[in-house]
Design a protein around this ligand. Sequence first.
Ligand SMILES: Cc1ncc(COP(=O)(O)O)c(C=O)c1O
Length: 402
Amino acid sequence: MSLPSLSRIPAPPDAILGLAEAFKADPRTGKINLSSGVFVDATGQTPVLSTVIEAERRLADAAGSKLYRPIDGEVAYRELVRALALGQDHEAITSGRALATQTPGGTGGLRVGADLLRQTGAGGTLWMSEPTWPNHPQLFLAAGFKIRTYPYTDATGRRIDEAALLAALDGASPGDVVLLHGACHNPTGVDPSPDLWKQIGDVIEERRLLPLVDLAYQGFGDGLDEDAAGLRELVRPGAELLVSTSFSKTFSLYAERVGAMIVIAGTAADAAAAQSHVKVAIRVNYSNPPAHGADVVRTILADPELRARWEVELAGMRDRIKDNRRALVAALEARSIPGDWDAIATQRGMFALLGLTTQQVARLKDEHGVYVVGRGRINVAGFTAANLDLFADALAEVLATS
Ligand SMILES: Cc1ncc(COP(=O)(O)O)c(C=O)c1O
């Protein structure tokens, strides 16, 4: 016997992680990596948060056990992350119709949610924004969904085309799943206004669609509650939806793979039944979750003093991103680079989309050692005093000569 013949044909590298590998192998000094969605500080490092170090010290002192964890995670963790996403006293929590599951990162949360839906007979169509995080289409295709897209920004790439977005959702069929970025849209950095969230909620209700909210950056935009406001707009009385959250970025726990998937059903009984299917989906996939990252997040969220310190660390990351946005716009305007850059200063989260051609993106990499994704998605957190001017010079040169 031999391996299947297709296994002999190499798969294309991952759109984002593949670039990170190419960056690592690039021998040039002065190269700049703006491709990966990781936060870096002013020195270009991604440090472990001080609250994470403190939580890890406490966990080591407590010397717990390495026994298997429950399939859907420890109750304390599940309750804390549910409150973080929905708000402490939300009706969906007090009524018991929202139940959280620990998952390996936000990617794991999305996949567990997708498996739950496919396993229990969801209509096979899922709508996602165009553009979106490149892992979205391949993840939901792998889970067996047919993908449809709804338009997101207008031609400038700086504002949501509200009419086009709403019209597309209005054309969806009852039972279709609608994937929405909870905050800090990846890759555009452009989020719906409160009024647009309300209109999206209305279309979802009228068309009887099922929202799946991907909340991977809660706290990176405007604040913990502010960034969950869109999601909470959708959690109307009796409304059903799924939420995937990630703590990779907001606790800087990338490698620990920690996140959650929240099922919000119409009633507590329906939520409990759905949760039993969630456990089946997990059991046949990775059986039960890794412990460490969730223990760290639980330790921080459960302790008022540690939690307050974490919120300060989170605000520090958020403020640095906002400062970088303003510095980027100033650097582009100082070089009189033609374009509508102003809006980048007020967008949310780590990403901005420059709207470049494939050729311009290739030239940035080949001629300047500047790594950006797709149509020029940049990680704004990646700028430091050492690389911002180099980047702006490179962009100015490429745009002036193409
Ligand atoms: C929009 C979006 N969703 C989900 C994720 C998944 O994050 P992770 O699986 O690393 O927790 C990411 C990470 O980049 C993301 O950008």
